[in-house]
Design a protein around this ligand. Sequence first.
Ligand code: URP
Ligand code: ZN
Ligand code: ZN
Length: 463
Amino acid sequence: MSHDLVIANGTVATASDMFSADIGIRDGRVAQIGGDMGSAARTIDATGRYVLPGGIDSHVHIAQPSGPGIEMADDFDSATRSAAFGGNTMVMPFCLQERGDSLAATFRDYRAQAEGRSHVDVGFHLIVTDPTPSVLGQELPALIEEGHRSVKVFMTYEALRMDDAEILATMDVARRHGAKVLVHCENEDVIAFLARRAEQAGDMAPRAHATTRPVAAEREATHRALTLAEVVDVPIVIVHVSNGAAMEEIARARMRGLDITAETCPQYLMLEGEDLSRENWEGAKFVCSPPPRNRTEQENCWRGLQTGLFDLFSSDHCPFRYADDKGKRNPKGLRSFRHIPNGIPGVETRLPILFSEGVMKGRIDLPRFVALTATNHARAYGLYPRKGTIAVGSDADIAIWDPGIRRTIQHADLHDGSDYTPYEGLEVQGRPETVLLRGRPIIEDGQMVSKCQGAIVERHEGL
Ligand code: URP
Ligand code: ZN
Ligand code: ZN
């Protein structure tokens, strides 16, 4: 047999196994694993390296409208370049319907922004904020049937949230047309009450973002979202879980037989609410929702990654610039935490952090790393086994990791459009050296070697 590319002498890991084998790639797919590879147009020697499925980051925000005067720091070019350098071969951003807008027209606009400008493959989630009869009756069903089989709804953010009746109606359409529903679980009325009280007390600094979004607000909303999904009988994804109480709600609902996918993110392992107290408004760099919590909750989230409570480890990459009046230090945001845009960059640091803190420190093994960062994302969103694994017939989306490289994370070395990383100064071990997208190198020896080969991926198989 002849191959376009052979990856030789590496240690291959999937979500279930680790083994030594050469990988033969032809026409963008894995054609052979192990055995006599025959001839190859090119061979990459992966001695001493791990050969892993490319990361799938199924929770990123790119070029998303973020309120008057605020600009997200990434477009599809910069976000997907950063994703590729971080060992990813696919990202799943959101297509956010603003109130009053058509969901279908919004989707066409996002798609046009992504096409020809993405360095890795892209699959879209939809966000419904305005469930009008035409959105629920025509636009959402048509988009789901076109292959965009996941819909996010918000229980918080005044401009985006829906009430329970609207969420139920949206879930019902998702169930009938074969989509999953992702829910941002925080109780907006609790947050608005606490935020008003903080402002009245003159408590305006970034730290108040965390104190006004307590665990109880997330736990209650998680319980409610699960209850709504149970009533409608729709598969649900609880995104960006930050704490043990919300995890308990998920575990209990699973015992009742609900189809739940659960996600956590690096910020809930590595950051704390106290980071928002940093001086000179630097705390704004850590403002995201739900907020980072404390050491105990970090341990709870690690436990959830180890035990399988969490299926997905995603970045929730949502970048704003810090030193920018369209970003974290916008004029209103400098007066009150309520106007600091929510979200932090992380698409490039997600995998190195979990590899180093998880695999290298012995908290999880390599197959679990693969499951949490690639395979489970593909399974959850209807992409498996085309994506998320190394198997004969799968897309040859592969990251080759050198586990020996130690480095210090610094924003100067990253490729997103923000001007900081919340993980500045963190020492990590292990780096994705070479990244292949459908068999073609996009990163080699830490350099980008091919541009904008990313495709928009639809999901027709149902969920
Ligand atoms: O603060 C965050 N997480 N911003 C991104 C939007 C979201 O809620 O996922
Ligand atoms: Zn969210
Ligand atoms: Zn998000």
